[in-house]
Design a protein around this ligand. Sequence first.
Ligand code: TYD
Length: 136
Amino acid sequence: MNASLIQLVDIPQRGDARGQLSVAEIGGALPFVVRRVYWIHGTNPGVSRGFHAHKQLRQLCVCVAGSVRLSLFDGKSEESVVLDSSTKGLLIGPRLWREMHEFTPDCVLMVFADAEYEEADYIRDREEFIKHVHSS
Ligand code: TYD
């Protein structure tokens, strides 16, 4: 049986009387050294994003407020997950087509990446992506 495309990691939370503090670190929730962090927020109603894959990049996505549905496609099957917790991270490896749907207006999606932004690492055409995965 194929492994699930959805790889969730638990992010430890240190709660006390003051509130919550969540930690992603090497040896814990982070399986790679982070070289870039960005966040998606203020998404307009009805907007979907993503619609691309990466050739090399690895990412960890954490929805720290609100919720979003993320779908992953490996060229054969597609799976989706709702991210709505600051203590769950979704690991996205290379060669996965991702789409983000159903952002709530308050959604803040943090993305930790193992490399700097590089447009040449993107595949933005779905048919090209399918050819890419079937040829490698
Ligand atoms: P893009 O990755 O296409 O967004 P999404 O997949 O969420 O739809 O990025 C949107 C724009 O922002 C695009 O012009 C590239 C730019 N960008 C950067 O300059 N640096 C970054 O780290 C990222 C992720 C995007």
